[in-house]
Write a protein that binds this ligand. Structure first.
Ligand SMILES: NC(=O)c1ccc[n+]([C@@H]2O[C@H](COP(=O)([O-])OP(=O)(O)OC[C@H]3O[C@@H](n4cnc5c(N)ncnc54)[C@H](O)[C@@H]3O)[C@@H](O)[C@H]2O)c1
Ligand SMILES: O=C(O)CC[C@@H](O)C(=O)O
Length: 468
């Protein structure tokens, strides 16, 4: 067992890791789904004090879905108890495991629904070691004081490169030719095989991935148009169009890079396939719900769509080696029978570079949250941080009070803190939830316990943490 004393932030390590943290070049002009990444850098304090949490003995971490070694190492170096599993878990097993842990790390497959989170009585923070956060009930988590972090763009380049490869593979029917050769058949074809030079790429969702892809595609001689709900700066000579229909009517290749939202569910369906040019191509490496797959099957059978590449599916297997068959998605066999269709097992972001960058970024954010209470980069809570306490402040404590965003809370909190000098304090709200951090001086262990109990007894309380 690790003692509570060992649960300390290694602030110098964190400062070194901070160089890997992403700061978005595009954060200033989009996107609603990538919150606050411009704030992720903090100035390291040289003689920062190592804080430890009050009322939490050992920090228990559960990592699912083969989180990268770099991330695991950072969490282990903190002295946390880390349990690591290669795949996701069925809901009943997840509920059993999550009851006990303070931190959970997942990727895209683990569904942290309200039903699951309801059982997670000790959970303080979730790390999504990926871009998408649609697998987590963010609202429920916020309302229960559970912070959620992700890595907003560490795998964007990897996805963009995969899509570029797929555009060429589809244009040249490479998947089919390769399969034929694997089966011993020589089939030298030029009919309906094309160069991509001069063709039009239509990007649906011009965020981190879409914008990166735009630059790569233009450098290979494609014309780029894009559709986005936001009015965005077009890179290079790309051009924003006003409607999805306009994009579908003009593009030779259509690629989807929107988040999973109610509005993006089935956004490419029968009507949209009808609007596409005859012989166009579709790529989806966003989320499986964005494309209506039975409608795609029809469009490919009729020849309207000449080829497609899918990396994501409405239902995906829990881990490697699991079957991708009709038990998962009723149209599985029909899909697999199509020509010029590239099927990949959600590998858009699966490169060594992306996974290790994500591992470092998310594990560092989790560590800073656990040890210092900083919410910089959180996707569901307001972003609040205070400069570190220093070793010259031995009898200080940091109060983190997550509470309902209702009038009168600050007055009550400050009454409780009133017997101590509040050195610094910051509070911010996001929707119904507010996050307060205060560093107080001259506080003894007994007083910390009293402060904790007083804050916990307030009706506005969602979660109290005291770090000292
Ligand atoms: N296949 C993979 O391995 C993989 C890897 C990374 C990300 N993804 C998925 O790709 C998605 C996009 O990633 P990103 O980093 O570019 O996200 P992003 O948030 O940077 O960009 C998404 C863009 O979509 C736009 N958008 C939202 N709703 C829209 C709508 N209804 N119509 C048109 N545009 C809309 C947004 O305004 C934004 O510009 C992620 O949400 C994730 O689900 C998949
Ligand atoms: O690695 C994963 O499981 C998810 C990859 C991708 O979909 C993301 O959201 O970043």
């Amino acid at each position: 067992m690790t003692s509570a004393r060992d649960i300390r932030p290694r602030t110098d390590d964190l400062a070194a890791q901070a160089q890997y943290l992403s700061t978005s070049p595009s954060a200033s002009f989009h996107s609603p789904s990538s919150h606050g990444s411009a704030l992720t850098r903090t100035v390291p304090v040289v003689n920062a004090k190592h804080l430890k949490p009050f009322a939490t003995e050992d920090i228990k971490v559960l990592l699912l879905e083969n989180v990268n070694q770099a991330g695991r190492d950072i969490l282990k170096q903190q002295g946390y108890q880390v349990e690591f599993l290669k795949s996701s878990l069925p809901e009943d097993q997840l509920i059993e495991k999550i009851r006990d842990v303070h931190v959970i790390g997942i990727r895209s497959k683990t569904k942290l629904s309200a039903r699951v989170l309801k059982e997670a009585k000790n959970l303080i923070v979730i790390g999504c070691f990926c871009i998408g956060t649609n697998q987590v009930d963010l609202q429920y988590a916020a309302e229960h004081g559970i912070a959620v972090f992700n890595s907003p763009f560490s795998n964007s380049r990897s996805v963009a490169e995969l899509v570029i490869a797929e555009i060429i593979c589809l244009a040249r029917q490479l998947g089919d030719r390769s399969n034929e050769m694997h089966n011993g058949t020589w089939n030298k074809v030029s009919n309906k095989c094309w160069e991509i030079r001069g063709k039009t790429l239509g990007i649906v969702g011009y965020g981190h991935i879409g914008a990166q892809l735009s630059v790569l595609a233009e450098s290979m001689g494609m014309s780029v148009i894009f559709y986005d709900v936001l009015n965005l700066m077009a890179l290079g000579t790309a051009r924003q169009v006003n409607t999805l229909e306009e994009l579908l009517r003009e593009a030779d290749f259509i690629t989807c890079h929107v988040p999973e939202l109610p509005e993006t569910k089935g956004m490419i369906g029968q009507k949209q396939f009808e609007q596409m040019k005859a012989g166009s191509y579709l790529i989806n490496a966003s989320r499986g719900t964005v494309v209506d797959i039975p409608a795609l099957i029809e469009a490919m059978r009729s020849g309207k769509v000449a080829g497609a590449a899918l990396d994501v599916y409405p239902n995906e297997p829990a881990g490697n080696g699991d079957y991708f068959n009709n038990d998962l998605n009723s149209w599985g066999a029909d899909l697999r029978s199509l020509k010029n269709l590239i099927l990949t097992p959600h590998i858009g972001g699966s490169t060594e570079e992306a996974q290790s960058a994500i591992g470092v970024e998310v594990a560092t954010a989790l560590t800073r949250y656990v040890n210092e209470g900083s919410t910089l980069g959180a996707v569901n809570l307001p972003e609040v941080a205070l400069r570190s306490l220093t070793i010259d402040e031995p009898s200080h404590a940091r109060v983190v009070y997550i509470h309902k965003n209702i009038p009168g809370v600050l007055r009550k909190v400050n009454e409780i803190l009133g017997d101590h000098n509040v050195d610094k304090q910051m509070t911010d709200s996001r929707g119904d939830v507010a996050y307060l951090m205060a560093d107080i001086s001259d506080v003894s262990s007994t007083q910390i316990k009293e402060l904790y109990q007083s804050l916990e007894s307030l009706s506005s309380r969602i979660m109290t943490r005291i770090l000292y």
